[in-house]
Each structure stands twice: as structure tokens, then as C-alpha cells.
Ligand binder design. Structure first.
Ligand code: C5P
Length: 420
């Protein structure tokens, strides 16, 4: 079954694959083939819902191992059957990770074999979510994702695209090759170049050996348990920059506020909600050689009420308290200051003058200015138009996609890092 002609980068590794119930379950069959071709041993747990989409026989034939479905029969075999399953694995992979399975995992339930193993394991877990776009974007799912990623769960995908339910958006399960690459980056980090898109072959690996810290997205500042202050940042530009730096070989830590776009490939993404959490996550990600602050961090937070604010209590009076300035903090001189600190200035008037002032005020090295007046469609959109402001001068980049802006910036960063 294994193909000795391939590099066998996962030789000696064991993955426990948990197949949840979703139309994307069919993609686990080619995933198993890809993993076996890398020399990986794959054992499987098939949930009851999963068995409506793929048969135990298919999984058994491809893995050449028995398929585990029943908590009780495992217990019969050995009281510790489920513990042994996870003990024998180097990594647990949930594909497809359904909204239901993620919710049960977040709640710490143990109502079937999959949930029990996930609760009992001390091994790293990678989840490939797959669900309808509205289910993915629902606050309940996003809260579960926040909880699970804070506990150490790694996500691959979901990807954006047309879905089986005739809707479009994030929710499609990552492709088998993408999941295989995420597994490689977790189990064999030295093979990380395989964790970036195939275009990596043509992208110079001139940021290899550098650690880049990127912030992205908005922050949510709670007013009470159900309301928050936020802004319209989509995270597209910051995520694209994180991905572009990873494509050039950098080790990238992305600290992201709440966004509805998937985590970029080849990047360690830390999910946070508030500006203060983002500051703390950045500080714990240091040291870094490069910092790119793209996040639209709320300037203020309020002392959140413990209970939902009531209209009957009169119009609430909100006292705004300043948030930490992450860019200014990272730019401050000191032993942990990254060699290159880059900020953004999203302005709606006197864009360039404000941006020049901002670079000096924050103490960063480069500042990328963009006009986010509503008529430009830049905030939340897919394009961007940039003026790069450095101590040495200024240059305008023509309006182009946020991905191309990211690639251009990554190339400039690589040139700077390799010259200095
Ligand atoms: O002050 P202003 O929000 O306009 O500055 C924008 C730049 O500063 C961006 O690079 C943004 O990521 C960063 N910033 C930050 N922390 C804040 C506010 C802004 O890192 N609290």
C-alpha cells in the first residue's frame, strides 16, 4: 500500500483519524492514501454520523487496520481500549470536524468513542472543520473554536468556496493535500517547506531562519456578556501578509482577532478576542525578527458589565479606557525589539501626513498608509492601495489585491533582512 518511491516523511508516525459525519467525509479516503504514501500508519475512529457517508469497509481497506466505532465494544476488549488508541498515536486528526463534534469537544463531553478519545488524549489534535457557512460563522461555533484553539487545538481550514448546500463562503473542508501538509508541519516541522502552496518551488526561501510576528483582524471589546465594540476589519490583509512571509520560508506567528476567514497555511495562528489579549499573545510570541502590525486594534475598551446591561437601568454610561498600543510597544527600544517593525495607517483624510506623523509617534521602522474612506471599498474589501513610508523616503504602490500587496511587502522585508 505504501509507495517506496515517495520521501516517506511520516515513516514511523501514527495518526489516529476521527471521521465525523459530513459530506466531506469522502475526502478522508484520499487523505488516508496520501498519509500511507508518506509511510504513516493510520488508525481510524468512525462516528455513527460518519458511517452514513463512508463505510467502515473502505476505511479498513485503505488503512489495513480495524475501524473503531463503538465505545462499549472497545471497553469490552480492554477497559482502557480508548486510552490505548490515543496512546499509540502521535497525532489525532478530526476530518471532517463537524459543528456537533467541535461543540461536544468544547463542552468536554464523552458520549461516543470519538468524544471520549478526544477528552482522554494528551496528544496534539488537528481539526479540519467542515460545515455550512452559517453554521461556521454562528457565534456558538466561533466560541467553541476560540475555546478549543485556546486549549491547543490546531485548525486546518475551513476553506472558502461553493458548498454542497449551494451556498458560498468559509466552511468547506480543506483538501486532502492541505491536511497532509498540516500533519507534516506538526509531526515533521523540518519538512515545513511542504506546508506552503506548490508555488513555493518558485518563491525564494529568503526568510528561512527568521521569525515573523503578524497581527491581523479586528478586536472585540466586550461591553457585557453579549455585546462588544468592534470595527469592520476582515483580517484579509494581515492574513495574506502572514501567508506571504511563510511562503518565503519564515516561521510565522499570526495573532488574529475574530475573523471569518480561515487560518493561513504554514502559519501558527493564535486566536484572541480583545486588544489586551492580543498584546499578551504578541509578548509571549517574542522574540521575533520581524513584526508586522496589521490588526485594527480597538483604541479603547470598557470595564465589561458582568451581567447583560438592561434598558430598564437607563442609558448606560460607558467609560472608555485606553487599550495597549501593540505597535508602539513592539517598537520601543530594548533587547526584545524586532529588527524590523512595520505598522499600517488606515486613514480617511490627510492620509500621508497622518501616516508620517504616526511612524514617528509609534517608533516603527516602516509604515504602510492606506485610505480607508468608505468610497474606496478597501476596509473589508479585497484590494488595497499603499504608500510605503520609511526613514529613507516614500513610494506609492498601485491599487492591487491584498494578496499582491502582501507578496510585495514580503519581498521588501526579505531584501531588508538579507541586507542588514
Ligand atoms: O493608532 P492607529 O490605530 O491609527 O495605528 C495603526 C497601527 O498601529 C496599525 O499598524 C495597528 O496594527 C497598530 N495598532 C496596534 N495597537 C493598537 C492600535 C494600533 O498595534 N492598540
Amino acid at each position: 500500500m505504501t509507495d517506496a518511491a515517495l520521501p516517506q516523511r511520516l515513516a514511523g508516525k501514527t495518526v489516529l483519524l476521527i471521521v465525523g459525519g459530513g459530506i466531506a467525509a469522502y475526502k478522508t479516503l484520499p487523505l488516508i492514501r496520501l498519509l500511507r504514501a508518506e509511510g504513516c500508519s493510520v488508525s481510524t475512529i468512525l462516528t455513527k454520523a460518519g458511517s452514513a457517508f463512508v463505510t467502515p469497509l473502505s476505511l479498513q481497506a485503505l488503512t489495513e487496520q480495524p475501524v473503531h466505532m463503538d465505545l462499549l465494544s472497545l471497553t469490552e476488549e480492554s477497559m482502557m481500549g480508548h486510552i490505548q488508541l490515543s496512546r499509540a498515536a502521535d497525532l489525532l486528526v478530526i476530518a471532517p470536524a463537524t459543528a456537533d463534534l467541535l461543540a461536544r469537544m468544547s463542552a468536554g463531553m464523552a458520549d461516543d468513542l470519538a468524544a471520549t478519545v478526544l477528552l482522554a488524549t494528551d496528544k496534539p489534535v488537528l481539526a479540519a472543520p467542515a460545515m455550512n457557512v452559517r453554521m461556521w460563522q454562528h457565534q456558538a461555533t466561533q466560541a467553541n473554536i476560540d475555546t478549543l484553539t485556546a486549549r491547543g487545538l490546531t485548525l486546518v481550514g475551513p476553506e472558502e468556496g461553493p458548498m454542497a448546500c449551494h451556498e458560498y463562503g468559509p466552511g468547506r473542508m480543506a483538501e486532502p493535500e492541505t491536511i497532509r501538509d498540516a500533519i507534516l508541519s506538526l509531526l515533521v516541522p523540518s519538512s515545513v517547506s511542504s506546508n506552503v502552496p506548490s508555488s513555493a518551488d518558485t518563491v525564494p526561501q529568503d526568510l528561512r531562519g527568521h521569525h515573523a510576528l503578524v497581527t491581523s483582524g479586528p478586536t472585540h471589546e466586550p461591553l457585557d456578556p453579549v455585546r462588544y465594540l468592534a470595527n469592520r476589519s476582515s483580517g484579509r490583509q494581515g492574513h495574506a501578509i502572514a501567508a506571504a512571509l511563510a511562503r518565503r520560508g519564515a516561521r510565522v506567528t499570526l495573532v488574529s482577532g475574530p475573523v471569518s476567514i480561515p487560518d493561513p497555511q504554514g502559519v501558527t495562528t493564535i486566536h484572541v478576542e480583545t486588544g489586551r489579549q492580543m498584546m499578551a499573545a504578541c509578548e509571549s510570541a517574542l522574540p521575533a525578527d520581524i513584526a508586522v502590525c496589521v490588526a485594527a486594534v480597538a483604541d479603547w475598551h470598557v470595564e465589561a458589565a458582568e451581567q447583560k446591561l438592561k434598558k430598564t437601568g437607563g442609558t448606560p454610561h460607558l467609560t472608555l479606557l485606553p487599550n495597549p498600543d501593540i505597535l508602539a510597544t513592539l517598537s520601543a527600544p530594548g533587547p526584545r525589539r524586532p529588527a524590523l517593525v512595520i505598522g499600517f495607517a488606515a486613514e480617511t483624510e490627510a492620509v500621508h501626513q497622518h501616516a508620517r506623523d504616526k511612524r514617528l509617534r509609534k517608533g516603527c521602522d516602516w509604515l504602510l498608509a492606506n485610505d480607508v474612506s468608505p468610497n474606496t471599498g478597501i476596509m473589508g474589501g479585497v484590494d488595497n492601495a499603499i504608500r510605503l513610508i520609511t526613514a529613507d523616503g516614500e513610494e506609492d504602490w498601485p491599487r492591487t489585491s491584498k494578496t499582491e500587496v502582501a507578496d510585495h511587502l514580503a519581498a521588501r522585508i526579505a531584501a531588508f533582512m538579507n541586507a542588514s
